[in-house]
Write a protein that binds this ligand. Structure first.
Ligand code: DMJ
Length: 682
């Protein structure tokens, strides 16, 4: 069914674990392969020689490139992990927490990392593939990385708003001063009016010599509000601003490109609009909701030749439709959810029953990514809440059956280490691949989240889910939790073949919230202790940065003599407006009522407003959280900023504890609330 494995060439693919590059078609791949085979040996050698030259050139210019172009996106960084030469941990660094007492099942015996490791765990060089994966220069007209060329329609890109002007359109907004005149930050940090934003960007050397901001107050950390400000209204304002950009420049398309006032397509399904529906409902933005609902009713069709990623489509679109159905009771959303759910089912037609990553919802065909027949762990084990709920609502068991089968297979598979699970699973063999590499970050994160949440969704009746969850937390404590040298911050690192790497993705910041949710549901109390410690660390990942925004990936210093706890590598300095930290702040506030969690969330919102808000509408991902003068806007607003980040901030500031009570709802991994099922009559 798929091309035979090809061992005599190297395929480089720009990829993101949560975005998942499209497969552009088997036929095109086959024809490229055929053409390659038709070349003479000399021609092939020549091409390979040229490629090698390019690679060497790229390597030589690497530091400059990464500095200038920012880091890898999270869809690129999976290529890195196995290439990293992970270094050792000092022998005196011990896990912070011991095995849980009480209710947790005893962890399976496995090698303990700490004792075997040596010093010097922090700064390993980036692998040689990085320069190749670096982003193209900003001036070059680019297409969104996701989606096949046929779907890559750029919207109304203005000729006058090219790469040169990027960075000039960030609205300077202190959050509390929503009403004050909007200003913008130039490349040098000086405040200028929007209509004067014509200054070209500095060259690299100019940037070095750039004067400090005209107004130093623009770059000093923001002070925590005293509570006079209506924080809920501030979040609604942020949502309205984001929505305005989407509505004006990207209506009905997947994602807003706020700097170029344009849009990008990924699936061509109005992703941001659907991801935002329940947020608007929760915030009471009725007018905006009605407009969006009208689009869903009149324009949204899944009957199209579109390759979509099963996981992303499930968590964002299916999840969004199901939760909106629950909140509104409007059957339009359930009908759409049913239609989509049935079109995603071909993904499960694999030899192993582990689903393929991609499905064509029009043709009813499915396939793995271009470079492998593996699926990632998180992708196949974080679609269950949605499919199970679809079965419950429709009384059609097939959705629940296919995803339960995946969980059962994973539950019984060898290759785990104390409940930690490898990141890849093969769709043919149904076995784990890349064994021995464990992370709570990209490609694995929501597996752990969904173990607990499925158990809660089903009324705490499915023992194997709880068993796997409890065992995994023990595995995390045993193998992945460490403390930094300077301030004794607790963090969750990664393990590769028994070597510890003190690297933590921002994605891991979902964990404090999930641990707190478990503890709230009578799981061991030390889960809450760990949640409190990790929450502090995720907070510091923001406060230790000059912009007050977290990098995508943090490395932690293990030696007390190291100056700072958080070290950020050049390629990891970006911020994609991700939700995980504010998500956990929401859980922590709900369960502890400690107002510091609200204050931390408020600081984050203000930093988003200060460094990522774009005049004219929308917020943008940025390249460099360490540079408040030029944070380097990326010209992209991810749908999860509206679907998750702003929703969790709103819920964090709301005093209404019954608004989506955590005893009645579980939030899917895209922040779409689904009901906890009523207990069956006894
Ligand atoms: C979201 O799509 C989901 O939260 C997913 O589980 C992880 N990545 C993004 C947000 O960062």
């Amino acid at each position: 069914m798929y091309p035979p494995s090809r061992k005599d060439f190297i395929s480089l693919t720009l990829s993101d674990p949560h975005s998942h590059t499209y497969n552009n078609g088997k036929h095109r791949r086959q024809s490229c392969w055929r053409k390659w085979k038709q070349l003479s040996r000399l021609q092939r050698s020549l091409i390979l020689f040229l490629l090698a030259l390019l690679l060497i050139f790229g390597l030589l210019s690497y530091p400059g490139i990464t500095e200038q172009w920012g880091g890898l996106s999270d869809r690129e960084d999976w290529l890195e992990l196995n290439d990293r030469e992970l270094k050792d941990v000092p022998p005196d660094v011990k896990p912070v927490l011991g095995p849980a007492a009480g209710k947790a099942p005893a962890p399976v015996a496995g090698p303990h990392v700490g004792a075997a490791l040596g010093p010097d765990a922090v700064a390993e060089p980036r692998g040689p593939n990085v320069p190749i994966l670096a982003k193209p220069p900003i001036k070059k007209k680019t297409f969104p990385k996701r989606g096949p060329p046929t779907m890559q329609r750029d919207g109304n890109v203005s000729d006058t708003v090219g790469g040169e002007k990027r960075g000039q359109e960030l609205v300077q907004d202190g959050g509390e001063d929503e009403d004050k005149e909007k200003k913008i930050v130039s490349w040098r940090g000086a405040m200028i009016e929007a209509d004067q934003a014509t200054e070209p960007p500095p060259s690299a050397s100019e940037k070095e010599a750039a004067a400090p901001p005209a107004n130093p107050a623009d770059t000093v950390p923001l002070e925590v509000s005293t509570g006079k400000v209506d924080r809920l209204e501030a979040v609604r304002d942020a949502f309205r601003h984001a929505w305005k950009g989407y509505k004006d420049y990207a209506w009905g398309h997947d994602e807003l490109k706020p700097i170029s006032k344009s849009f990008g397509e990924w699936f061509g399904l109005g992703l941001t609009l659907i991801d935002s529906l329940d947020t608007m409902w929760i915030m009471g933005l009725k007018e905006e909701f009605e407009e969006a609902k009208n689009w869903v009713e009149k324009e949204l069709s899944f009957n199209k030749n579109a390759d979509v990623n099963l996981f992303e489509t499930t968590i964002r679109i299916l999840g969004g439709l199901l939760s909106t159905y629950h909140l509104t009771g409007d059957h339009l959303f359930l009908e759409k959810a049913k239609d989509l759910g049935s079109r995603l089912m071909p993904a499960f037609k694999t030899p192993s029953k582990i689903p393929f990553s991609d499905v064509n919802i029009g043709k009813g065909t499915a396939h793995p990514p271009r470079w492998t027949s593996d699926s990632t762990l998180a992708e196949v084990t974080s679609i269950q809440l949605e499919f199970r709920e679809l079965s419950r609502l429709t009384q059609e068991p097939q959705y629940q059956e296919v995803v339960n089968e995946v969980m059962e297979l994973v539950h019984n598979l060898p290759g785990k280490q104390d409940g930690l699970v490898p990141m890849f699973i093969n769709t043919n063999s149904g076995q784990f691949t890349h064994k021995g590499v464990f992370t709570l970050g990209a490609r694995a994160d929501s597996y752990y989240e969904y173990l607990l949440k499925q158990w809660l969704q089903g009324g705490k009746t499915e023992d194997s889910l709880l068993e796997d969850y409890l065992q995994a937390v023990e595995g995390v404590k045993k193998h992945l939790v460490r403390q930094t040298g300077p301030s004794r911050l607790t963090f969750v690192g990664e393990l590769s073949h028994n070597r510890f790497n003190p690297k933590m993705d921002h994605l891991v910041c979902f964990l404090p919230g999930t641990l707190a949710l478990g503890a709230h549901n009578s799981l061991p109390g030390d889960h809450m202790d760990l949640a409190v410690q990790l929450m502090e660390t995720c907070h510091r990942m923001y406060t230790q940065m000059e912009t007050g925004l977290s990098p995508e990936i943090a490395h932690f210093s293990l030696q007390a003599s190291d100056g700072r706890d958080v070290v950020v590598k050049p390629a990891d300095r970006h911020n994609l407006l991700r939700p995980e930290t504010v998500e956990s702040l929401f859980y922590m506030y709900r369960f502890t009522k400690d107002t510091k969690y609200r204050d931390w969330g408020w600081e984050i919102l203000q930093s988003f407003n200060k460094y990522t808000k774009v005049s004219g509408g929308g917020y943008t991902s940025i390249n460099n959280v360490r540079d408040p003068v030029n944070p380097g806007p990326r010209d992209k607003m991810e749908s999860f900023f509206l679907g998750e980040t702003l929703k969790y901030l709103y819920l964090l500031f709301s005093d209404d504890m019954e608004l989506l009570s955590l005893d009645k709802y579980v939030f899917n991994t895209e922040a779409h609330p689904l009901p906890i099922w009523p207990s069956p009559p006894k």
